[in-house]
Ligand binder design. Structure first.
Ligand SMILES: [Zn+2]
Length: 474
C-alpha cells in the first residue's frame, strides 16, 4: 500500500511525503515514491500520525468483587476505533502466585482476542526473593515494566522497604518501576472516619483522597528512588499540581523521574462530584478528579515537559442497568462509597478528547500531542520505534487523522462496553478517518473493519531510560 501526499506529523516534525508499506511495515518514506501495483490511498486531506499507544489499560480485570466490563476483544476494538493501535495492559500477581503465572493468566485472556497489538506490564504485590528473581526472567522474555501500589492497604499496597528493593532490582535489570502514588493508610483512616460519621455518598470518595495524600506519596517514592541510586521511576495517573511540583523538582535535579496523567484529569474537574444522586459514582477513580487549578497545572506540565505521557487508565464499570447482559457495577457502592469499583472508561476517547482540549484549544502543539499519546509512551514501554514512530522499519501502525471533524460525544455511539461516557454531550474536534495496524485497515470513520485476533503480543525491550542508564554505567 502507498499513502500519497501524507501530511506526516511526528513528535518532532511535520512534513509532506509518500509512505510505502509492505509486509506490515513502513519500507520507504519519500517524495513521488514509485511502486506499481500498490494500493494507493490519497492521504492529503488528513494528518498522518503514528497510531496511539496507550500504556495504561485494565481489560477483563477483577476488582472489588467484579470485573471490568471491557474484555480484550471489546476494549481493543474500542481503542482501534479511537485511533489507538497498541495497548499495554496490567497482569496482576495473585497474593500467593508467581509473576509468570500472572503473565500466563493474562495472556490466556488476551491472545487471539485483540484487535490491535498489545503488551503486558506486571503488577507486583509480593516483594520477596522469588519475585525479584522472576523479574530477571520476565525482563529477558520481554516484560520490562513493573507496577507497584502505595495505596490500597491489604490488597495491593507494598511497604517502603519493598519499594526500595524493587527499585534496586529493576534498575539493575534496566526495567522501569511504575508507581501508584497515594498514601494508602492515611486514606483508609479518612475513609473509616467518613463512614463512621455516616458520610456514605459517592462524593466522599473524593473528600477522603485529598491532594496531600498524593503529593506525599510522590515525594516519598522520589526519595526512595534516590536511596536506590537514582533508580528510574514512572508515576502513573498524576492528578494534581502539588504532585507535579514534586516531580518537576526531582527532574530539575537530574533524577530519572517520568510521569503520566490521564485524559479525565485534563478534561474534567471535581465539580463533577456535586452531581445529584448517585451520579458522582461515574467519576469514582483513584486519584479522584481535582480542581480547575490542578487541571491548568497539568496542561502546563504537558506543554512544557513536566509530564511525559497521557494514558486512558481505561477501567470501565457499568453504572446503571443500561448495558445488555451486564450487571450494574458502580451500584455495589450505592450505600458505601468505599465499595464503588474504582475506575472509568476512556480508551476510545483519549486521542479525540486530548486533541480537542489540547491541540484545537491551543494548549499544546500537534507534535507535542503525538509525543504524549504515542511516541513517549512507546519509548517508556520499550517498543519504540517499532511503535510510536513513522520511520523506515516501524510497524505500519498509522492513523489518518481528520483535524476538522466535529461531533458531540454520545455513549450510545461508542464501542466501549459500558453505559456511560465521561464526556457525554461535549463537543469533540478531530477523529481518526482511517486506522491501520501493521498495514491492515482496522477502522474507518469510527467503524471497526478489522478481523478477529489480528493483534499480536509484543515482547518489549528495556525502556529507553533503562538502556541509557546501563550505557552510562558501562
Ligand atoms: Zn490503572
Amino acid at each position: 500500500m502507498i499513502l500519497r501526499n501524507a501530511n506526516i506529523v511526528t513528535d518532532c516534525a511535520s512534513y509532506s511525503s509518500d509512505i510505502l508499506i509492505r509486509d506490515e511495515r513502513i519500507v520507504a518514506i519519500g517524495e513521488h515514491l514509485d511502486h506499481t501495483g500498490a494500493d494507493e490511498v490519497d492521504a492529503s486531506p488528513y494528518l498522518t500520525i503514528p497510531g496511539g499507544v496507550d500504556i495504561h489499560t485494565h481489560m477483563d480485570m477483577p476488582f472489588g468483587g467484579t470485573v471490568t466490563s471491557d474484555d480484550f476483544e471489546t476494549g481493543t476494538i474500542a481503542a482501534a476505533v479511537g485511533g489507538t493501535t497498541c495497548v499495554i495492559d496490567f497482569a496482576i500477581q495473585s497474593p500467593e502466585g508467581s509473576l509468570v503465572e500472572a503473565r500466563d493468566q493474562w495472556l490466556a485472556k488476551a491472545v487471539d482476542r485483540c484487535a490491535i497489538d498489545f503488551g503486558l506490564h506486571l503488577i507486583v504485590r509480593r516483594v520477596d526473593d522469588p519475585t525479584l528473581r522472576e523479574m530477571r526472567v520476565l525482563v529477558a522474555e520481554g516484560i520490562t515494566t513493573f507496577k507497584v501500589f502505595l495505596a490500597y492497604p491489604g490488597v495491593f499496597m507494598i511497604t517502603d522497604a519493598d519499594l526500595l528493593r524493587m527499585l534496586v532490582t529493576a534498575s539493575d535489570l534496566g526495567a522501569l518501576v511504575m508507581v501508584h502514588a497515594e498514601n494508602g493508610p492515611i486514606i483508609a483512616a479518612l475513609v473509616d472516619e467518613a463512614l463512621g460519621q455516616g458520610q456514605t455518598s459517592a462524593r466522599y470518595h473524593s473528600v477522603t483522597r485529598p491532594v496531600e495524600t498524593e503529593r506525599e506519596a510522590v515525594a516519598r517514592a522520589i526519595s526512595i528512588s534516590r536511596l536506590a541510586g537514582e533508580a528510574p521511576v514512572y508515576f502513573v495517573h498524576v492528578s494534581s499540581r502539588a504532585a507535579l511540583d514534586e516531580i518537576r523538582r526531582a527532574r530539575a535535579g537530574g533524577q530519572p523521574v517520568f510521569a503520566e496523567t490521564c485524559t479525565h484529569y485534563v478534561l474534567l474537574s471535581d465539580e463533577r462530584y456535586t452531581a445529584p444522586g448517585f451520579e458522582a459514582a461515574k467519576y469514582v477513580m483513584s486519584p479522584p478528579l481535582r480542581s480547575l487549578d490542578d487541571q491548568a497545572a497539568l496542561w502546563r506540565g504537558l506543554a512544557t515537559g513536566g509530564l511525559d505521557v497521557i494514558s486512558s487508565d481505561h477501567c470501565p464499570f457499568v453504572f446503571g442497568e443500561g448495558y445488555p447482559g451486564l450487571p450494574a457495577q458502580k451500584a455495589l457502592g450505592i450505600d458505601d462509597f468505599s465499595k464503588i469499583p474504582n475506575g472509568v472508561p476512556g480508551v476510545e476517547d483519549r486521542l479525540t478528547m486530548t486533541f480537542t482540549r489540547g491541540v484545537a484549544a491551543g494548549e499544546i502543539t500537534v507534535n507535542r500531542w503525538v509525543a504524549l499519546t504515542s511516541s513517549n509512551p512507546a519509548r517508556l514501554a520499550g517498543i519504540y520505534p517499532q511503535k510510536g514512530a513513522i520511520v523506515v522499519g516501524s510497524d505500519a501502525d498509522l492513523v489518518l487523522w481528520d483535524p476538522t471533524f466535529r461531533r458531540s460525544i454520545r455513549a450510545e455511539q461508542q464501542h466501549m462496553r459500558i453505559d456511560y461516557n465521561l464526556y457525554e454531550g461535549m463537543e469533540a474536534v478531530g477523529e481518526p478517518a482511517i486506522v491501520m495496524s501493521r498495514g491492515s485497515i482496522v477502522a474507518r470513520h469510527r467503524e471497526y473493519v478489522g478481523r478477529p485476533a489480528h493483534g499480536r503480543y509484543l515482547k518489549r525491550m528495556v525502556p529507553a531510560v533503562g538502556l541509557a542508564r546501563r550505557l552510562k554505567e558501562g
